[in-house]
Write a protein that binds this ligand. Structure first.
Ligand code: CA
Length: 232
């Protein structure tokens, strides 16, 4: 049974989330403050966290950052009433994998939770490692290395790179990436995608010992992204 941590100070929303998620077969721990959420995360493992950014005691983004450090393999989804893109970007940069804006539509939330847990789940991929220039993406072991040294990526960053690496030199649309890496029912902003691409570029560049080792991810305006084939 998947274990979910719900962090929400609003009684009405918290109760709805807790009861619907339980009804759908998840084990739920509902915490109302940032402090209680961190205590709970220190005490047990979770597969997925739903985190309200507007908490009464601690800054939601800071809670996000700490939860990310404590639960490195959990999927972290932020809930925010604030629709400003900056809050979303800051949350994603603090370690969130995805976000939902309030008011949350329950059907969408459940679909998203299901998709995240399925993806992070039990199916064993059997495809061999992909090698593109200095980059090696081992999909079975979920590891990435660049010129032999390992690059530590978060779960969604890995999925995104693995998807692009399946077809080097091929343009992959934003819609395809959002639906295959995040959620087949995606119909929100694709800001999440841009933030993850930026993080990928940063981490790959930081791992390289020379610029010619860095795999190039091109932005195709109005379309999507392409992992370039190495020049030879
Ligand atoms: Ca709140």
């Amino acid at each position: 049974m998947s274990k979910l941590l719900v962090v929400e100070d609003d009684d009405t929303i918290g109760k709805v989330l807790e009861s619907s998620l339980r009804l759908h077969g998840y084990a739920v721990s509902w915490q109302r403050t940032g402090h209680d959420a961190l205590t709970e995360a220190a005490a047990s493992e979770f597969d997925l966290v739903l985190l309200d950014l507007g908490l009464p005691d601690l800054d939601g983004v800071e809670v996000c950052r700490r939860l990310r450090a404590m639960l490195p393999s959990a999927v972290l989804v932020i809930l925010t009433a604030r629709t400003e893109e900056m809050d979303v970007v800051v949350g994603l940069e603090a370690g969130a994998d995805d976000y939902l804006t309030k008011p949350v539509r329950l059907g969408e939330l459940l679909a998203r939770v299901r998709a995240h847990l399925r993806r992070g789940g039990t199916s064993a991929p059997t495809s061999p490692a992909l090698t593109i220039g200095h980059l090696r993406v081992d999909t079975a072991g979920r590891r990435v290395s660049l010129a032999g040294s390992e690059v530590a990526l978060r779960s969604k960053e890995f999925d995104l790179l693995a998807r692009l690496a399946e077809e080097p030199g091929v343009a992959v649309s934003r819609e395809t990436l959002m639906s295959e890496v995040w959620d087949e029912h995606w119909y929100g902003s694709t800001k999440t995608l841009d933030v993850h691409i930026a993080a990928l570029r940063r981490k790959l560049a930081a791992s390289a010992t020379s610029t010619d080792q860095v795999p190039e991810i091109s932005t195709l305006r109005g379309h999507g992204y392409r992992l370039e084939r190495p020049r030879s």
